[in-house]
Design a protein around this ligand. Structure first.
Ligand SMILES: C[S@@+](CC[C@H](N)C(=O)[O-])C[C@H]1O[C@@H](n2cnc3c(N)ncnc32)[C@H](O)[C@@H]1O
Length: 246
């Protein structure tokens, strides 16, 4: 199945890196706090991070007591930063697509993936491999773009605005058409795979996982008072988290 490696595109990489180095972004305000709130106790645990990017989370897992962390990413550029800025004797970075984790000859207690699953065409294959790599009672926790957003293309306006330019409706189209959608983010042609909520949950259940918790972080009054641009998130969440157990 197809695999795009857009993070190795120079323009994309530079744009993404600049965004992540900002003090305030959707990751720092919403994604990372929710991920941390859903983490199991990592003391002495073996952790696999799928789509680990620049490795910030891998170091965080070591700091939370993980005995071993394997970070997997398809992008050489992202791993170059990870190895330079976030290395640790307990961490191994592997430059392989997460579709190939079946080749890893290790067992894990926790598999985590932060904002990478929507780039995967073969979600079922990845979920089945994660299930095989986990010991009994192991946790699979991932975040992805919320399915409400992954069917978006550049062909239709994402928002209906009122006469003052305020976003009053999110425009959803083709939610029930599961396929690859190409959108523009730093560059044209960024490929994401749209799956309905029910498909995501059923794929996990069919593989044998039990869902423990889901989360869709959204704006709070405190955040909107401080950062009014995040008012959007009262209309729809950006992210979806699913935590499941083997
Ligand atoms: C939005 S970044 C998130 C990085 C990191 N997890 C974080 O939260 O900081 C998505 C990452 O997924 C990686 N990725 C995309 N497709 C992948 C694939 N098929 N296999 C492994 N990694 C992939 C990208 O290279 C990128 O580093």
């Amino acid at each position: 199945m197809a695999k795009q490696n857009i993070y190795d595109n120079e323009t994309f990489f530079d744009g993404y890196r600049e965004l992540r180095y900002r003090e305030v972004n959707a990751n720092t305000l919403f994604e990372i706090p929710t991920l941390i709130s859903l983490l199991p106790n990592l003391e002495g645990k073996r952790v696999l991070d799928l789509g680990c990017g620049m490795g910030e989370h891998c170091v965080d897992y070591v700091n939370r007591g993980a005995s071993r962390v394997v970070g997997v990413d398809i992008s050489k550029k992202m791993l170059e930063v990870a190895r330079k800025e976030n290395s640790d004797p307990k961490i191994t970075y592997l430059n392989i697509p997460m579709e190939d984790i079946g080749s890893i000859d290790e067992r894990f207690d926790v598999v985590i993936s932060s904002l990478a699953i929507h780039y995967i065409e073969d979600f079922k294959g990845v979920v089945e491999n994660v299930y095989s790599l986990l010991d009994e009672g192991g946790i699979f926790l991932f975040s992805q773009e919320n399915p409400i957003n992954t069917c978006y293309t550049s062909d239709h306006p994402r928002w209906t605005l009122n006469e003052d330019g305020v976003k009053i409706y999110a425009n959803i189209a083709n939610y029930c058409v599961e396929k690859r959608y190409d959108s523009t983010w730093f560059v044209d042609g960024v490929q994401k795979y749209h799956r309905m909520f029910s498909t995501i949950v059923n794929t996990l259940a069919d593989a044998g996982f039990k869902i423990q918790k889901m989360a869709e972080p959204h704006a709070t009054k405190e955040i909107v008072d401080k950062y009014p641009e995040y008012y959007d998130l009262y209309h729809k969440p950006d992210f979806l988290f699913v935590k499941s157990i083997k």
